[in-house]
Design a binder for this molecule. Structure first.
Ligand code: PLP
Length: 435
């Protein structure tokens, strides 16, 4: 797939794979091996100095995982990508690398629960603090928080469970004016619905556990690098520091920018983070993600269409107080969603259940098709009560900050028949509100 002009739907099936390199296997083989023969001593030296690419040890690279890495890099229009063990590993690696030596991140308070909690309480243990903006829609507030120790602006392209979106280009403009990169968690959107690099992002992180793999059968994460961000020496000395681990064939230490001028970020993650922390993506898991990715467009198209129907159904239900999704009539994010998400702002939404906790219990427990668990982006339609589950680790005051009221229920729309889903919700409402 040397021709990078193929369209998205061709690339999601073919990019990064050439059967001649894999014994002419049509499907990407699973290289289930811990290590690779080095051949001769000179080859080993070339492998260790990056002057020849090839397998060494699966913790730092594997051919099945490489196909996924190249495929996602091409789909997003980046120079490089790296597969890791989970979405949280992707986020943690990106934050730790940008924040090496300490610093601060600027973010909005409506993040995936574990991301929000780690930025608030975990990364400060490593000298990386987060300044949360009060008004996520006010671009000048992001700018006012930037200082000489700011290492990134961190955004979720579609927030979960409130389904808010940003004016990405305006935020990226202020970030870049101050030499700060923009990191976007594009999990809920997937590269099918939104391509962050086309709107100012510099680094993308994914939980590939969700829509990208799409079948609820694996845990996986990805980091993608756009490749043109200019890391200044003052703010980001880590990309300008020579290391023997990045030496050339003659044994001269190199910086990440000397080793890989177009992908210093992903190269640093591979050489230091995969090597030393080791949250590696396994070959079999990468295979499952590749398989899911090949039907991404069809899945998302149907899921978005069904989301539209479910939102309309719930908006007309008297037992529902509100619905949060740009498809909802009173959404504040319609205009931004139309601008940045022409194919729909995802297939996850939330609604306010107009009843007691007891009635929520009856409602959820009466559902027959919609299943009660905390994943999203599955072929199955899922419901969860985030205040007590996905966002259950947050203290009540953080629930308020993240705007997660106690009666919020979240639905992740799957691939079942839309009318069957509506009938299922209807019979559960009936039972919950039966006197
Ligand atoms: C699930 C999720 C994550 C974490 O991913 P894991 O693969 O579960 O570690 C991060 N961000 C978002 C938006 C998610 O939905």
């Amino acid at each position: 797939m040397a021709n990078k002009n193929y369209s998205f739907d061709t690339k999601r099936i073919h990019a990064g794979y050439s059967s001649e390199d894999h014994f002419h296997a049509v499907n990407t083989p699973i290289y289930q091996t811990a290590a690779f023969d080095l051949g001769d001593i000179d080859r080993a030296r070339r492998l260790w100095t990056g002057s020849e690419s090839g397998g060494i040890y699966t913790r730092v690279g594997n051919p099945t995982v490489s196909v996924l890495e190249q495929r996602i890099a091409e789909l997003d229009g980046g120079t490089a990508a790296i597969g890791v063990a989970s979405g949280m590993a992707a986020i943690t690696y990106a934050v730790l690398l940008l924040g090496e030596g300490g610093g601060n991140i600027i973010s909005a308070s409506s993040l995936y629960g574990a991301a929000q909690e780690s930025l608030t309480h975990f990364f400060p243990k490593f000298g990386i603090t987060t300044k949360f903006v009060k008004n996520r829609d006010d671009v000048s507030e992001y700018e006012s928080l930037i200082d000489e120790n700011t290492k990134a602006i961190y955004l979720e392209s579609i927030s979960n469970p409130n389904i808010e979106v940003y004016d990405f280009e305006a935020i990226a403009e202020v970030a870049h004016k101050h030499g700060v990169p923009v990191v976007v968690d594009n999990t809920v959107a997937t590269p099918y619905l939104f391509r962050p690099f086309e709107h100012g992002a510099d680094i993308i992180v994914y939980s590939a556990t969700k829509g990208i793999s799409g079948h609820g059968n694996t845990i996986a994460g990805l980091v993608v690098e756009k490749g043109d961000f200019v890391y200044s020496k003052e703010r980001f000395p880590q990309f300008h520091t020579k290391s023997y681990k990045m030496r050339d064939l003659q044994g001269n230490p190199r910086t990440p920018l000397e080793l890989a001028p177009n992908s210093p970020f992903v190269s640093s993650l591979r050489v230091f983070y995969l090597e030393f922390i080791g949250a590696t993506l396994g070959a079999f898991d990468a295979f499952l993600v590749l398989q899911g990715l090949s039907t991404l467009s069809e899945r998302l198209t149907k899921q978005v269409a069904t989301t539209k129907k479910l939102v309309a159904y719930l908006e007309n239900k008297k037992e529902v107080e509100w619905v949060r999704h740009p498809f909802a009539k009173d959404s504040n994010y319609k205009e931004l969603a139309d601008r940045y998400f022409p194919n729909g702002a995802g297939a996850v939404f939330s609604f306010g259940f107009g009843g007691t906790r007891e009635q929520i219990k009856t409602f959820i427990e009466s559902l027959e098709i919609v299943s009660y668990h905390v994943n999203i982006g599955d072929v199955r339609t899922l419901i969860a009560n985030p205040p007590e589950t996905t966002h259950g680790e947050l203290e009540p005051k953080l629930h308020e900050l993240a705007d997660i009221p106690g009666n919020l229920l979240r639905i992740s729309v799957g691939l079942e028949d839309a009318d069957d889903l509506i009938a299922d919700l209807d019979q559960a409402f009936e039972k919950a509100f039966r006197e």
